[in-house]
Design a protein. Structure first.
Length: 40
């Protein structure tokens, strides 16, 4: 149990960054679509 917790703590920040980078294109496309729509 302690070993698993140590692995999660060690790789937690990296996993968070990977998740953030995988979500960026979706957020960017939604933002761009909204921005272009407001431009008309």
């Amino acid at each position: 149990m302690f070993y698993v917790y140590g692995a999660v703590t060690r790789y937690g920040p990296t996993f968070q960054m990977v998740r953030l980078y995988s979500a960026l294109p979706l957020a960017w496309s939604a933002f761009a679509r909204h921005y272009l729509r407001s431009l008309g």
